[in-house]
Design a protein. Structure first.
Length: 164
């Protein structure tokens, strides 16, 4: 008789523990417009830690959210778009080159100013040496990553008529 009472008590304790873990995980989510929607929707089936553990591209997050909707997650198209944007921004794959650019260059320079340069990698190297002499801190590896990024995104623009 006493044994039959212990099992339900342990099951209830397990449920409370699992629910508490989900709530604790939910409180650690970064603020954002879809935070509550992610907490409510994702924790219906699994822990939030499990939901946000993988680092995915925006496209991968979109596919994941679409799959969850196919499995029964209740999200409108607008809500799904908001969830995907939130997950991609907060739990997306990081682009180290872009992070270096944002951390190193955009603190002092506007995107428009940088975009106006259209320099080659070597020209960006010369330009960046001046920034380093003024206090920008980069390892040799970070400098090379940053220069490749600058040349790719802010390099000389090809003239389509020249290629014909």
């Amino acid at each position: 008789m006493g044994g039959s009472f212990v099992k339900p008590a342990l099951t209830l304790a397990s449920i409370v523990a699992l629910t508490g873990a989900s709530v604790r995980a939910g409180t650690s989510l970064p603020d954002g417009p879809a935070k509550r929607l992610v907490e409510k929707t994702c924790s219906t089936c699994h822990s939030l830690d499990q939901a946000v553990a993988p680092k995915r591209s925006r496209g991968q997050w979109q596919a994941s959210v679409d799959a969850m909707i196919q499995r029964g997650a209740k999200l409108s198209a607008e809500e799904a778009a908001s969830v995907v944007a939130y997950l991609a921004a907060n739990f997306g794959q990081r682009d180290r080159a872009r992070d270096l650019f944002e951390d190193t260059c955009s603190h002092c320079h506007s995107l428009e100013r940088i975009n106006d340069y259209a320099l080659t990698k070597e020209e960006w190297r010369d330009e960046t040496k001046g920034m380093i002499s003024e206090g920008a801190v980069l390892t040799d590896e970070e400098l090379d990553i940053l220069l490749n990024y600058l040349a790719k995104h802010f390099g000389p623009k090809e003239n389509p008529k020249e290629n014909q």
